[in-house]
Design a protein. Sequence first.
Length: 402
Amino acid sequence: MTAIACLKIFVGEELVFADAETMAGVVAKVASAYLETNWTWPRRYGLVAPFSFVLADPRATSLDAEELCRMSRDLQYKLFGERGAGEVTLLMLEGDQAEVMRFAGTPALALKALLDGLDDGAFAGRVCKITPEGAVSLAPPDGPTAGAPPAEELAALSPAPGDIDDFLQVEAPRTGWWGIYYLPKERFVGGGVGWGAEINGGPVTDLVEAVERDQACHEAALVEAKSGPSGYLFLPFCFSALIKPSLQRTYETSLQKLPRALRPRLAANIYDVPREPSYGAINKVRSLLMDRFSLLDLHVSDPGFRIESLQVGAVNSVTLVLSGEDERQRAAAITRFLRDPAIYRTKKVWQGIAGVGSLRELDLCRRLKAPFLSGPIVAPVSAKFTGEAACPSLNLPYRHTV
């Protein structure tokens, strides 16, 4: 017997003294210090993703959520102080290894139902919500929150045979697939491959690392193209790297591995695109990619993207990648990006919204008639390419079943 679980840590929106990356480091430091002192051998723990720890106990069949309330209180005090306004909430999913790692890589927005105290059935296993005030079982509803065996019996038990350190050193899947949904026809037309659970679209700080990650995605796409279902495969490319001669040559290595016979199915997802890319830069990207790709899709983070600067038919689509946690700002970005579809039609360019994370955002995209959609509320990130599939929009999010 070995009980394994993923513990995801969430901090309140009121916290404004650090950005997400800095906060992830602070949380990891505080949580690791607590676990080092309290989650002692033969139990094991490991940080597997930002804000996400895997916990394991080779003596138990079920971990004690009540015990972790102390960790929640410790984080609350050290992050916000005795009278701080911020909140700390932990979500614990206990299940098999695959489900635990899938939970670890799931974006925060996709877990909103669980944070609200509702089990939407997205994960198989025992789910507990833990706050400084106590623990509640979400799946099963009103189920037990104590461990098994009880704490007083656990100390007397010997660990089960086998070394669970190997499990804790297993990396989360490096690449993941997100479905691309065509709203007018209510069907998925294919999928895009990205690094982990992220959809590329934000600013890039290390171009060499970006190219390396993109190449890993290209390798994963080649595997799916040979054995996976039908549908468009969207492969990522960093715009800033594509227009840099030395890194452009690096991309050419992976491009040569793509059979020309696959061109009708291949689409290039070009991220890190500035608000107004130059005519020369777009031409350089086209000359490099059009030999192997039938579609070019620009991923932008600015809803005020200057579509006027593009030549007619220079690319096939422009997709706004939503970011941040503020729902009003995200809704405003969707509205601004979709407010003038006529100019996109004039340029013969489709529009898309990526990162759609809530039913409100999905409904707004419906009302504003966004043609292409992706994000956790459309289809959660999957380890495999799921390809084409019909799905009424009222049935979203779509979850592939084998």
